[in-house]
Design a protein. Sequence first.
Length: 380
Amino acid sequence: MSLTFHWFLPTNGDSRHVVGGGHGTPATASGRDRPPTVAYLSQIARAAEDLGFVGALTPTGAWCEDAWLTTAMVAQHSERLKFLVAFRPGFVSPTLAAQMAATFQRQSGGRLLLNVVTGGESHEQRAYGDFLDKDARYRRTGEFLHIVRALWEGETVDLAGEHLKVEEARLARVPDPVPQVYFGGSSPVAGEVAARYADVYLTWGEPPAQVAEKIAWIRELAGEEGRTVRFGIRLHVITRDTSAQAWAEADRLLAGFDPQTVRSVQAGLARSESEGQRRMLALHGGNRDGLEIHPNLWAGIGLVRGGAGTALVGSHEEVAERIREYHALGIEEFVLSGYPHLEEAYWFGEGVLPRLAAQGLWHHPHTPRPQQAAQVPFAS
């Protein structure tokens, strides 16, 4: 099966430096270098779809622009790119969310994917009026997805759950196709929700041995539910013609990390209740030394950014090799990003994807396969 690649829309701003933020921490000043205007984000979206990325992730939280509204506008300036919209189920009713998704599918031509983010930071959730603790938020997410999935199938839903209650909920028009649900989380209750409701389980970019453990964990839980789940990974990339050039770029980014900013961000992330964020922090321990935690896997991004904090760094061939390594574990989808996002999309799309295509691991989703092209008759 051909690998699937997604890119990232930096709705917190973009820069030639790392833009921090996420998990309860604000976007850093570098985010003002390239504000997240519809015009700039549309440039990235068009580049991504031309290069062969299937979708683009948009984040959620107080540190960035709203994902639903932004992607609805950017969709008007792109043709084929799908939008992996991150949203928090505690902030909107399940019936309204199901209706919004159905509308997005119809108006965009079926270009919606959903990244369900339960929310790992209670202090940020409270700012939005959500006062449940983390485990309760995951249980509510399970109820939410139960309702939404039933509505998408055309069912009339009555549910009186622990956190959510609906009566005679029904959609006038169901989405076609039904959006794929992407979901991540490293705590036990997160695994239970993923096993029951996710189409794709997303993990952040941990070393392969740790990723293999997560895959085995979710695969077993999903099997107990009589389901199968695909697996994806969220990473940054710094890929260049040579390894030396790529690591020089990583060193340049690292040199731009103000020590006070690093201390401030790390102090904020230390408050995180997210098990996944705790695992990210453990990869670098807040230190600038020893950041290559596996061949070509660099933990430097996590010094100033919450959430995904690791990058694949190396020559195009080295980065392709690391992708093959993760694929061998069971990873089928890669959600990638890089600073700045417009230029780095081209570095990866023109440097790495052709190498994967030559090995039969990837095919451009918007071009016919060679055998299909051979069947097209010449025009007379």
